[in-house]
Design a protein around this ligand. Structure first.
Ligand code: PLP
Length: 471
């Protein structure tokens, strides 16, 4: 129940002008426009970024040189009053928008009641409700349970813990181009040295790497790629030693790689036949991002365990492992948890965000955004063969840039286009093992006009950059 003061703060939130002489409030009523009033960074952002350089270690980098003060709909506003088009959602987190009114209200109401008890000391209903929602929404028509954590990496760590305890086996397989986080075990699972692993070893043992499916680069059918993977699992590790296989249904940091048809079902079937726990890491693909609630649905697979985070709670830090009840129940009491896991403010935000996913047509909107992005990018590709591949589902679309003569990855062009777009007030992110992919992850609350304007800026940046082939 909302209290009087919460209702007042809600009214204030919907009235930007109420605080016009201070900082703007975020949310959907923020003017939806690209507006540059200074070069980036402007003076106020530059001052904050200079303090960042002095106070925060260099290892914590940033790609967009502005200090944010508000965000909502499809824009991020900086400390100098610049308004940037947001095609990144803070890495697929603010899928329901930044400061979604229901999420903001739920956070305010819960913070006024209590911020923490520790679920392992005195449990509360909202954690249970989030678990029930995850058990209901994830694929699989069987009894499920969920445990909550704080970050994607922590969810992945716990999924591996649970799979090892359940199977009594130790080995874990992750894949080329995989990304699972920055903690020690998840660094071991991650496939990319720079920037994620270099100098940070030694890494956790009993982690093995196999090749997955990357149709644009390996040219294999799903069945061929699966046969290659399975040979590696059987010969290098041995099924009897293998606790779990962990894979992103669409590999995120690795380049938004969509596996060939039939690849994932074949791997799931092999795991099931060999008593291996199949873990889908849906930290980036989950919660409507791909136009389905979970990307596993697109490929017709039912994972044993699913890890989620990013889009789960409208920007609040929350993560989960959801899966078959008998696997989830393998751990002794006290074996799973953490001081903050399933924080009540984050749970309140998650329940509001899940309500938005289910009732506001956001999955349909993700599909529309995907169609618009693919149409526009295909039109650009028709006149520019450096755009080698366009792929993805829903609001998770990638453009892979290559040297048209050789197909070699063109990271220099990719970086230059992204940098130019950012300087023009369009937040775009790059990814890919070879650094040659621009990824589109807009909030589902962005309008078509902003999407089109963002693509106009990217197309102009591309046209302004001569081919770097042979340079
Ligand atoms: C971002 C990401 C993670 C790590 O999540 P954090 O919250 O940054 O720890 C794990 N897996 C995938 C697929 C991700 O995209």
């Amino acid at each position: 129940m909302l209290r009087g003061r919460d209702v007042r703060s809600l009214e204030a939130m919907s009235t930007i002008d109420a605080q016009a002489d201070t900082l703007p409030l975020g949310g959907p009523s923020l003017p939806q426009e690209r507006r540059l009033v200074t070069e980036l960074p402007g003076p106020r952002s530059a001052e904050i970024l200079a303090r960042k350089a002095a106070a925060v270690p260099a290892g914590v980098g940033h790609t967009v040189p502005v200090a944010a003060v508000a965000a909502g709909g499809g824009v991020v506003v900086d400390a100098d009053g610049n308004s940037l088009i947001d095609l990144g959602s803070g890495i697929a987190v603010t899928t329901v928008g930044s400061a979604h009114p229901k999420v903001a209200a739920a956070i305010a109401a819960q913070a006024a009641q209590f911020t923490h008890t520790c679920f392992m000391i005195s449990p509360y209903e909202s954690y249970v409700e989030v678990a029930e929602a995850l058990n209901r929404l994830t694929p699989g028509d069987f009894a499920k349970k969920s445990a909550l954590f704080n970050s994607g990496a922590e969810a992945v760590e716990n999924a591996i813990k649970i799979a090892r305890k359940y199977t009594g086996r130790q080995a874990v397989v992750a894949f080329d181009h995989g990304y699972h986080g920055r903690t020690n075990l998840t660094m071991a699972l991650t496939a990319k040295a720079m920037p994620y692993k270099s100098g940070f070893g030694p890494f956790a043992p009993e982690v093995y790497r196999a090749q997955a499916s990357y149709p644009f680069r390996d040219g294999l059918s799903g069945a061929e790629a699966a046969a290659r993977t399975i040979l590696q699992l059987e010969k290098q590790i041995g099924a009897d030693n293998l606790a779990a296989v962990i894979i992103e249904p669409i590999q995120g940091e690795g380049g938004f790689i969509v596996p060939a048809d039939g690849y994932l079902p074949a791997i799931v079937d092999w795991c099931r036949a060999n008593g291996v726990v199949f873990i889908a890491d849906e930290v980036q693909t989950g919660f409507g991002r791909t136009g389905a609630m979970f990307a596993s649905e697109i490929f017709g697979i039912v994972p044993d365990l699913i890890t989620t985070a990013k889009g789960i709670a409208g920007g609040m830090p929350l993560a989960a492992v959801t899966g078959r009840a008998e696997i989830m129940d393998a751990s002794h009491s006290g074996g799973l948890g953490g001081t903050y896991g399933g924080n009540p403010v984050a749970c309140a935000a998650a329940l509001a965000a899940i309500d938005a996913y289910e009732t506001e047509g956001l999955l349909e909107r993700a599909a529309e955004i995907g169609a618009l992005l693919k149409d526009r990018l295909s039109a650009i590709q028709a006149g520019d063969p450096r755009l080698g591949d366009i792929r993805g589902h829903g609001a998770m679309i990638a453009a892979e840039f290559v040297d048209p003569a050789t197909g070699a990855p063109d990271a220099a062009l990719t970086g230059a286009v992204a940098k130019a777009a950012i300087a023009q007030g369009v937040i775009v992110l790059t990814c890919g093992t070879f650094g040659n992919v621009i990824r589109f992850l807009p909030p589902l609350t962005i309008g078509d006009d902003l999407l089109n304007e963002g693509l106009d800026v990217i197309a102009a940046a591309l046209a302004a950059h001569p081919s770097s082939a042979g340079a």
